[in-house]
Every structure is written in C-alpha cells, then in structure tokens.
Design a protein around this ligand. Sequence first.
Ligand code: HAM
Length: 421
Amino acid sequence: MSKGIQSVKGMNDLLPEDSGVWQFVETTIRATAAAYGYREIRTPIPERTELFKRGIGEATDIVEKEMFTWEDRGGDNLTLRPEMTASCVRAGIQHGLFHNQTQRIWYMGPMFRRERPQRGRYRQFHQFGIEAFGWTGAEIDAEVIVFGSRLWKALGITDIALELNTLGSDDTRAKYRDSLVAYLTEHQDVLDEDSQRRLKINPMRVLDSKNPAMQEMIEGAPSIIEFLDVDARSHFDALANYLAKVDIAFKVSPRLVRGLDYYTSTVFEWTTDKLGAQSAVCGGGRYDGLVESLGGRSTPGCGFALGMERLIELVKQSNPDLTGATPDVFVVNIGDSARTAAFGVSEQLREAGMSVVFAAGGGGIKSQMKQADRSGAAFAVILGDEEVANGTVAIKPLTTGEEQQTVPQEELQLALQKRLQ
Ligand code: HAM
C-alpha cells in the first residue's frame, strides 16, 4: 500500500503531542522580550534573492549552496528567507524605522536552508531572534547577550556556554585579512576546492570550513585578537565588564568568525554538548555596516538568533515531564438524553471560564473514563440518564485520588470553581 504523500525532505510536521512544549517556550520567549522592551516584527517569508546575496555575502555557505531560490512567473528572482536579520534591515529601511530613532525588535518564524538534514539540522527550521538598531556602545552588545542568559534561566536550561570573540574594526579586519591570506597561501596544499576559491573572495570564510582534513591547519591560523586596535579593544573590554557585572561567564574563542559576512566587532555563540554534532543553539553579534550596505543611512545593529528546534530539545532534556496545557474538566455522558444535557453543561462551564473537553461520540463509561484520564483534565464531570432524571451530576477528581461526589446540577459550576482555585 502506498504511504501517501510525504512532507518535503528536511521539513517536519509539529504534532499535537509536541505543541505544548513549543507553546511553553514561545510564551516564555514573549515574556522575556517584553521584559527587555523588544517589540515584534513580522516580514514575508520570500524576499528578493538580491537581499540575501548582498546582506549575508556571496561567498558564504548559505548563499553559495543552501538557499531555496526560484524565478517567479513574473521573472523576479525570489528566495525563501534563510535568516531574518537581512529582512529586518530591509523592512527598517523601507519603513523609515532607522531615521533618528532606535529600535529593539524581535521575530519568530520558519527559515529555510538546503542543508543535509540530520539531528538538529533541518531544511525548514524555526528561529527566534532579536535585533537592536541605533546604538554603538558595548552596553547593547551586553544586553543582547544577557537577554539570552535570562531566557535559558527562565526555561530551566543549564548546559549552555557562551563563546565570545571580536572581529574588530574595518582596519583590524583589513590587517588580519593580509596576515590570514599569507598564512593560507602558505598552506594552499591543504585547502579544498571551496577554500581555494574563498581564499580569493573572502579568506575569513575559510575558517568556517567543516572539512576535517583542514581543521589542524585552521587551528594554527593567526588570531584576529592580535590585530585589534585601541577602539576595538576598549569596546571588547567594556563588554566584558558589563558581563562581569551580571555574573555572565564566557570563553574567548579567537577563531569564532560566524558564517555570515555582515558581522563587525562583537560576535558570540551559545553552545551545548547535549545535542550531538549541532552544538550551536544561538549565535549573533554586531553588524554596524549592514544597514548602509543595503541602501539605508549608516545605522549600527546588534542581535542574535536561536534555533527553536535545538532549544526545545534542550528544554525537553532539562524538563522531561513538561506537557502542554491540560483541560480543567472532561465531561463524560452515558446515554442519549444525558449526551444532550452534558453538551449544554459543557458550554455552561466554558461560559464560566473553564476549559472543557466534551466526550463526543459517547461510548461506555470505562472507555470515556480512560479518555478523561488521557486528557490530563483535573476533574471528570459525569452525567448518566439517572443523574439527568434526578437533576444531579457526579464530579470525580482525576489527579488527587479523592472520592467521587454527587452534587445538584445547579451547584456544579460553583463546586468546580472552588476545587479549581
Ligand atoms: P545563524 O548562526 O546562521 O545566525 O543561525 C542561528 C541559529 O539558528 C543557529 O545557532 C542554530 O541554532 C539555528 N539554525 C541554523 N541553521 C539551522 C538548521 N538548518 N536547522 C536547525 N537550526 C538551525 C543567523 O541566522 C543570524 N541571523 C543571527 C543574528 C541575528 N545575528 C545578528 N542578528
């Protein structure tokens, strides 16, 4: 027998049994964003391909190999967004959000990268991200990092560590580039085809290579920290100072360059050893040149994005008992006239603010009580023809082991409200 039409490779369904954990994480994220004064932005999923080519960089893995790009019937070249920083900047320029103002914004939604799917790596995945526009000082870099740390705490995650680096100023990067090119040219025999090409267009991208045969050579490459000028160093020191003030520990990782070209100055990643090969949960940094390079007035920016699937796997590991919201009441009904009465009772209890699941389809008492248990409801309300005739209803606590009680129907609402308090 045919299995029917399957979802696209690397693109997953979120099934009802898992949506509770997602909603818990999403709610916690929204509350954290509010705590820092960030406001939500929603942008379209397809954008002009040009936006990502110019924003993320032509020589990056994302733009070279991973974008879902097509030519629209109208001849436009479009791409499913692989990330949202470029989209935020596009929207900010288009709607004048950067003129003489600062912005703290957040987003959550699906992103698309045509990578080889494996645990923690998908072709449609979800990100939550924040972007802060208009501030040059290290306090905003610190805020963006501290935001992440507060979120991990709120979600009960402990196995996560901060790696920090700086890419310095334009001058730092120019000097570093020369020294890196000299080093890489010396080791040309170890470079694979991709890296040979990147050496010419964007040598820092060679450091992103995951080719095992090149790792030793990459380890020995010069470190950007040695090229920092006074301003870059003092920005980095100021950031370290803010982080120390709120007890955030970090490790300096001199070879952390991130996989997107727009970064300047601070870059960071939150990593874990609990997710196998895909250890990066969250990454970000400063991108002071991006707004201008996409056609806006020069505006500094700083932000991060986290992978929701990876974060949620971590949350599940730390809280294995986490379930979604459960109903207050499950309404059991035995017999035809009881079904009609119970249908009315269910609606009356919802009117009073309770969440109620009605046993549609009826069935025997045993099977309905099993459904009631599975629903996670705190109480079963039971109506049979006898109760209907007597004007009563039975209340059975499902989670405490207490005895079932029979009450007059008109007292049901109050009796439940008291017990649910
Ligand atoms: P990114 O490092 O490319 O940065 O992605 C951020 C996070 O998204 C990663 O740390 C990872 O958790 C998750 N992620 C990336 N690709 C996949 C995938 N194929 N499957 C599952 N999860 C994935 C950015 O996207 C930047 N826009 C971050 C940023 C915002 N920088 C400044 N502002």
